[in-house]
Unconditional design. Structure first.
Length: 235
């Protein structure tokens, strides 16, 4: 069996394990894994909070302008909340796995976390693309409802809420007596962007930090496994 003496490590003793850095009696790898999982847990809470605020704002918007219910805004917010909840719960599992050193649990944890973070990142990209073509989405989902004679009350409701007249212009499909001077399409876009863009960008930044933390966790795990191999090899 190869000994540490063969590598010029005689001063450490042939049978003593390689020294590991510790923090408060905990290996550095284990400490970093716990910190990463706590970070992921906090990120999950942040995503849930931001998405919940988005959902409340969207529900307030659609309750006052029912024509906008055809846009998939609420579904997107709920998806973000779901992803945040899954990340939070998975982080709890990760902390339990690290603190109890349950290798079977951790063997499933890291791949699932990786795919979850990638799903969040991909979904955020899709949302940003959706936001970049929000004007087309409004035309596809709202214009048909606007031109439906059965929706006159809903159109008047929307005009009153946004303080606007007509669709693309103040003379385009105006319903009832309307004295506002701004067209409704642009008012809708401005209001959605007011809710949407800051929160989506914030979630994008948070997910980017998740990816950095995930990469750090992978390196820590690789270092931990390498240290275990060295201990077995020298013995």
């Amino acid at each position: 069996m190869t000994s540490k003496n063969d590598f010029g490590l005689a001063g450490m003793g042939a049978d003593s394990p390689l020294p590991h850095k510790t923090i408060h009696g905990m290996s550095l790898e284990k400490f970093l894994s716990i910190v990463s999982n706590v970070f992921f847990m906090l990120v999950g809470i942040v995503i849930i909070a931001m998405s919940s605020y988005m959902l409340v704002e969207i529900q307030e918007l659609t309750s006052n302008a029912s024509l906008l219910e055809t846009l998939p805004l609420e579904a997107i917010a709920i998806t973000f909340i779901s992803l945040g909840c899954i990340l939070f719960l998975l982080s709890v599992v990760g902390i339990i796995g690290v603190t109890t050193e349950n290798k079977d649990l951790l063997a499933y944890y890291l791949p699932i976390l990786f795919f979850l973070v990638m799903a969040q990142f991909s979904f955020t990209i899709v949302v940003l693309i959706f936001n970049s073509r929000i004007e087309d989405s409004i035309d596809e989902n709202v214009l048909e409802e606007w031109n439906d004679p059965d929706n006159e009350d809903a159109v008047i409701e929307l005009q009153d809420y946004f303080e606007c007249c007509g669709y693309k212009t103040i003379d385009d499909g105006v319903v009832g007596v309307c004295t506002w001077t701004d067209p409704c399409k642009q008012a809708i876009i401005d209001r959605i962007n007011e809710i949407w863009v800051p929160i989506t960008i914030g979630i994008m930044v948070v997910v980017s930090l998740e990816i950095i933390a995930l990469i750090s966790t992978c390196f820590a795990k690789a270092k931990f496994e390498s240290s275990e191999f060295e201990d077995k090899f020298y013995h």
